[in-house]
Design a protein around this ligand. Structure first.
Ligand code: BDP
Length: 684
């Protein structure tokens, strides 16, 4: 039960005086109107209240004078009627809300959204405050999200498998069909809406033969059923599409975006989708990447490719979310133009301004692929006239696959806070993707889901924190790491201070720890090809994927400078370009991403590169041991199921960390011939 409930535990509150205060509002709930979203809001409110304070509120669908809690929209309930003179709504975005205590009767709590979605978020906000044991007698909250798009991408296939999924089979599909466990989907929608997610794409960006048909009558009734369910939680549905659909299912001989027959085919398809799903979100597209079809096949660029779909969707208000993860996966290191890190910028930057208004480019956070450490993608800030969303990876493909603990909120914060200098100082990534820097029509955040059919949704129970943290940051990128973390731990495990402190600490340190025992100094990869778990230093070194470390007997790292390397550093604005270009100013943690250096090169920390590699890898293993010891101290303070789940995973993590340490250290000892200054045993 605890595993499944995630952060919506709604545990009974044992503080009698708090319960009394909460209960005074939790008697008579009145809802301002009828809509599926308001219905969900009311249901959630009743559910949370009943479970936390032990009294089930009555619910009325009209606003009564004796209501103690009112759920509605700004059009249904006027603040003035309750003696509140300031009206924050004009300053709030559409999904915003107001939570206000008013001194009418014995006191009433107003939970009002600008739209009904806002009302649902207000309910969740209140329930969160209650779970956190906060007073509610004098609330005057007005909140809205900075990001319009707050999306989750599922990489789920209809056979039930999940690409890069580490928590069991798909919750959406099984055996080539839609799964019929709607209760599970509804609970998922509750979790997502509780952190403000408002969009999901349900199928993998690598669209298979079967999934290509999702946009046809074969499956639209089923897609519509899922859309209905999520709509009630304020979440719009998107589908990933196959760019070659006109050929594969339309019987056309081409998918050329400039061909009139192709354009007409898509327009008809889209119109038909909207007959089934009137508020369909739109398409997510992976094109010309890793063997996927795309406009390049027909000699067209990606603006031509995306705009064709944009035109088809525009009459219905739909969006095209077009991924910038476009590179030649058959490349080799032939000349400087083939550096994979350069690809997204080289393809898309020249097209700035050429995309329709309802097209959004979805840019991965880094120029490579969700490594434990990468610089920020230089595309952020580089396209003032093109809508952008950032793509993060909640699923831990390269960060421990939900066997190893790796809490990604600190990484995401660093990325969002990074200053691109696109419009001078203060041009942070978060101000690009929230649309404020360039006034984008559509913008925000998207992330690849880490959820599957496991009882606890995420495999590793503590990986629930990544899903929660993503939602909270997508809602408000200003939230501090400590606050997101503290909130999640308390909501999930309660308020025992030793539990809160221990788990928060483990989470906050985990990303650095993972970095310590894996690929050093930003060079990335060194993983087993294919599944990407565990060390394999040369696993990708001699293949064609563009992922190299160039270690030889003298040194290691990728020269991406303008002076002597691939010229990638020039894709950044000044002064970032100069900072990365120069060996003196390039930050240690990204050194090997940007430079090829001798093993004896001294870092700013004072250590040589080789000694840093040895030190961090020994330290990483010790730190994982400490994580395990720390967790063991919580035995008896956490329910057995969750305790054992994490304990087991920490055991696996320790084995993995040891393997990484031994392989990395041995490899670099053999390459360099330089012994460890501290004479530790390097290989078994
Ligand atoms: C990589 C994954 C691959 C995805 C690809 C993508 O290894 O499975 O299809 O990204 O984002 O990280 O399209």
């Amino acid at each position: 039960k605890e595993s499944y409930a995630c952060w919506l535990q709604y545990k009974e509150i044992d503080d009698a005086s708090l319960v009394e205060r909460y209960a005074s509002y939790g008697q008579r709930v009145a809802v301002g109107g009828v809509s599926p979203v308001l219905q969900s809001a009311a249901n959630e409110c009743v559910r949370g209240m009943t479970s936390m304070i032990g009294v089930e509120p009555t619910v009325s669908d009209r606003i009564t004078r004796d209501a103690t809690l009112i759920i509605g929209t700004k059009d249904q309930v006027s603040l003035e009627d309750y003696g509140i003179r300031t009206n924050p709504f004009p300053h709030l975005p559409d999904d915003g809300y107001v939570i206000q205590t008013a001194n009418v009767g014995g006191g009433v709590l107003l939970l009002l959204g600008k739209t009904d979605r806002g009302a649902l978020y207000a309910v969740h906000h209140l329930l969160r405050l209650m779970q956190l044991r906060k007073p509610v007698d004098e609330l005057a909250i007005a909140e809205g999200s900075r990001n319009n798009v707050r999306m989750i991408n599922h990489w789920d296939n209809m056979d039930g498998s999940v690409e890069r999924g580490y928590a069991g089979q798909s919750i959406f599909f099984e055996n080539g069909k839609f799964a019929d466990n709607l209760e599970r989907l509804e609970d998922y929608a509750r979790l997502l809406s509780s952190v403000g997610i408002n969009a999901i794409s349900v199928n993998n960006v690598n669209v298979g033969k079967v999934e290509t048909r999702l946009i046809t009558e074969d499956w639209l009734p089923e897609v519509a059923r899922v859309a209905d369910l999520f709509r009630a939680y304020g979440i719009q549905i998107f589908l990933s599409i196959n760019y070659a659909s006109p050929v594969e299912i339309g019987g056309l001989s081409t998918a050329d975006p400039l061909d009139p027959a192709v354009r007409e085919w898509w327009s008809e398809r889209v119109a038909n989708i909207y007959r089934f799903i009137p508020d369909f979100g739109g398409f997510l597209v992976k094109a010309d990447s890793e063997h996927r079809p795309g406009p390049f096949t027909y000699g067209r660029n990606h603006a031509e490719g995306a705009n064709m779909l944009g035109e088809a969707l525009r009459p219905f208000g739909g969006l095209v979310i077009w991924r910038c993860f476009v590179y030649d996966c058959q490349q080799d290191w032939r000349d400087r133009s083939t550096d994979r890190a350069r690809a997204a910028y080289d393809h898309f930057k020249p097209l700035d301004g050429a995309f329709l208004d309802n097209v959004i480019l979805q840019v991965k956070n880094g120029p490579m692929d969700f490594q434990v450490r990468e610089p920020v993608s230089p595309l952020f800030g580089a396209m003032p006239q093109t809508n952008q969303v950032i793509e993060l990876q909640i699923t831990q493909e390269y960060t421990g696959q939900q066997k190893d603990l790796c809490y990604l909120v600190p990484q995401w914060k660093e990325i969002l806070d990074f200053d691109t200098y696109a419009r001078g100082k203060g041009s942070t990534v978060k101000s690009v993707v929230d649309g404020s820097l360039f006034n984008y029509a559509h913008s925000g955040m998207a992330a690849v889901s880490n959820v599957g059919r496991d009882l606890n949704w995420t495999g590793h129970t503590l990986a629930q924190a990544n899903l929660y943290g993503y939602g909270r940051l997508a809602w408000n990128p200003e939230m501090r790491i400590e606050d997101v973390t503290d909130e999640w731990v308390r909501l999930t495990f309660g308020h025992d201070s030793s539990v809160v402190e221990q788990i928060s600490k483990m989470l906050r340190e985990s990303w650095r720890i993972y970095e310590n025992y894996t690929a050093p100094l930003g060079v990335g990869w060194m993983v087993n090809p294919g599944h990407h778990y565990g060390p394999n230093v040369d696993g990708y070194e001699y293949s064609v994927w563009g992922t190299y470390h160039f270690a030889d007997r003298d040194g290691v790292g990728v020269d991406r400078t303008v002076q002597t390397g691939t010229g990638f550093t020039a894709q950044y604005f000044s002064p970032n370009a100069e900072m990365y270009e120069s060996l003196e100013t390039c930050p240690d943690e990204l050194l090997l991403f940007f430079h090829h250096v001798p093993y004896t090169h001294r870092l700013k920390s004072g250590e040589t590169v080789i000694q840093h590699i040895y030190n961090t890898h020994f330290e990483g293993v010790e730190q994982v041991q400490a994580l395990r010891e720390g967790w063991r101290k919580l035995k008896g303070k956490i329910d057995a199921l969750r305790f054992h789940n994490v304990e087991e995973r920490l055991e696996a993590q320790l084995a993995n960390a040891r393997e990484w340490r031994d392989q990395i250290n041995t490899y670099f000892y053999r390459k360099s011939g330089i012994p460890d200054e501290k004479n530790r045993t390097i290989y078994k």
